[in-house]
Design a protein around this ligand. Structure first.
Ligand SMILES: Cc1cc2nc3c(=O)[nH]c(=O)nc-3n(C[C@H](O)[C@H](O)[C@H](O)COP(=O)(O)OP(=O)(O)OC[C@H]3O[C@@H](n4cnc5c(N)ncnc54)[C@H](O)[C@@H]3O)c2cc1C
Length: 450
């Protein structure tokens, strides 16, 4: 697959400039995994050391003693996994509940929601089992209505999540939400979903990398796979340091899928830019002035949603969709827009300095659900991809699922119908950026409607 965006989004030599990176400098030793240097043979080769690849490697090595190699073009967590908003939440399909039921039926939709809950629980479980300090924060997830007319939608969501998903959830009026520590002139009430929390995503990735290696996996940083060919039953992954021969390959490259991965997979993916800014730490007086105390992660009911959370040192993390090219000029334009919107949504913080601003690539698919499984054309190739901006929990679930699939402990048929769909093609993949622009234009119009 050719790269859809500006080269700076793929340049591993540039600093990521995320707030998470600024906390991680003192742990840089942990980040140093030597590049792949000699030709080797292994059971399973994993391309990409994000949450999906690292979790797959950890389970393969720890639970099954499988000889797994991870080849990563940058460092562990360099992709979206180490720079995201840290929302460990449900929602790896960009479909309404009615659409899910229409497509998959009630029972399979309910199963999918149980898997999503499992995914959130497994992040906590892995962090505990492997002693990873993830800086967990908040209790559940808040979905806030950005217009009063959206409260009815949240009511429907509450009924669905209670009756079908069996999630604990409560609808809060604007006043009740203020009592729970959140106020904004653009918010009219909220649904509190009792599943989810916030974390430091880079710490999670670094911990997964350390644990995977301690459990016996081999992790090679700065080792981009430049080409991939088959020699009989063997896959040959070529890097500048040598060739890795593997019986099976896991594609865990998500929004960064480009060179080295068969274009037949890449053309089924649409990477999308997401942007984040963080403020300096807010003082108790500033928090009081805005009426914000909660550490629970929050997103709104917009089609082009904003997501935000208060971090451990009282900074605001504020995220939104990015542009459609990713150049520095476009990034500056988005930064200015986000700072303006932040001030409108949280007027007491209009003048608060922004300390960090960064972006990255998430990924969506043509059928608007996430995908995990095996290639029909070659069942020795596995993948976990297209989490629709929700890969912290679902990437963890997929990594575990891939490890169980590779070792024959689970079959695709063991998962919900949502999880086991084959990865579909985009109609005319060359038009994917056009679809994205159209989707953004429609989303903007819908979000302006009362
Ligand atoms: C700004 C932003 C905010 C987000 N916020 C959230 C959030 O709050 N919560 C949430 O759940 N999700 C969020 N997401 C989405 C989430 O981060 C992703 O879904 C998830 O991290 C995907 O994980 P992954 O391991 O599959 O892929 P990635 O983490 O993207 O990792 C892919 C890796 O593959 C490597 N790679 C690519 N090609 C090659 C090659 N040829 N050879 C070797 N290595 C290669 C890349 O260098 C990269 O490190 C966000 C995404 C972005 C960009």
């Amino acid at each position: 697959m050719s790269r859809l965006y500006h080269p700076i989004l793929y340049d591993r030599s540039l600093p990521v400039r995320s707030y998470w990176e600024s906390l991680a400098t003192r742990q840089s030793d942990e980040l140093d995994y030597p590049p792949f240097s000699q030709s080797q043979t292994c059971e399973v080769a994993i391309i990409g050391a994000g949450i999906t690849g690292l979790t797959a490697a950890l389970h393969l090595a720890r639970d099954f003693g499988t000889n797994a190699y991870i080849l990563e073009a940058g460092r562990p967590g360099w992709g979206a996994s180490g720079r995201n908003g840290g929302f460990c939440c449900v929602g790896a399909a960009n479909l309404s509940n009615q659409q899910l039921i229409k497509r998959f039926g009630r029972a399979e939709t309910a199963r999918y929601y149980q898997e999503q809950r499992q995914a959130v629980d497994w992040v906590r479980q892995l962090a505990t089992d492997e002693a990873i300090e993830i800086d967990a924060q908040g209790d559940g997830t808040l979905v806030v209505a950005h217009r009063s007319s959206r409260l009815a939608e949240l009511e429907g969501e509450q009924e669905f999540l209670t009756a079908i998903a069996h999630y604990p959830c409560q609808l809060w009026s604007q006043a009740a939400l203020a009592d729970h520590g959140f106020r904004s002139p653009e918010v009219y009430g909220a649904l509190h979903i009792g599943v989810g929390f916030g974390l430091n995503p880079l710490r999670y990735c670094q911990g997964l990398a350390r644990a995977a290696v301690q459990r016996g996996a081999t992790l090679c940083a700065r080792s981009p796979v430049a080409a991939w060919e088959k020699d009989g039953d063997w896959h040959l992954l070529h890097t500048s340091g040598g060739t890795l021969r593997a019986k099976r390959v896991v594609i865990a490259t998500n929004g960064y899928t480009a060179d080295g991965v068969p274009s037949d997979v890449g053309d089924r993916l649409l990477p999308v830019i997401s942007n984040i800014v963080t403020t300096r730490p807010l003082t108790p007086t500033e928090l009081e002035a805005q009426g914000w105390q909660t550490e629970t992660p929050i997103y709104d009911t917009r089609h082009l949603l904003f997501y935000y959370r208060l971090l451990q040192d009282n900074r605001l993390l504020f995220g939104s969709r990015g542009g459609t090219w990713g150049s520095e000029q476009e990034g500056d334009r988005y930064r200015r827009w986000m700072v303006r919107r932040l001030g409108e949504m949280f007027p007491a913080w209009q003048a608060v300095e922004i300390t960090h601003c960064w972006n990255g690539l998430a990924c969506v698919s043509a059928d608007r659900t996430f995908h995990v499984g095996q290639l029909a054309a070659d069942p020795t190739v596995y993948y976990g991809l297209a989490y629709h901006g929700s890969g912290v929990a679902t990437g963890t679930w997929s990594g575990r699922a891939i490890a169980h699939l590779v070792t024959g402990k689970e079959q695709v048929a063991d998962w919900s119908a949502v999880a086991r769909q084959p990865l579909p093609r985009f109609l005319l993949p060359g038009l994917r950026k056009g679809y994205l622009r159209l989707g953004y234009a429609v989303g903007e119009v819908k979000d302006r409607m009362v």
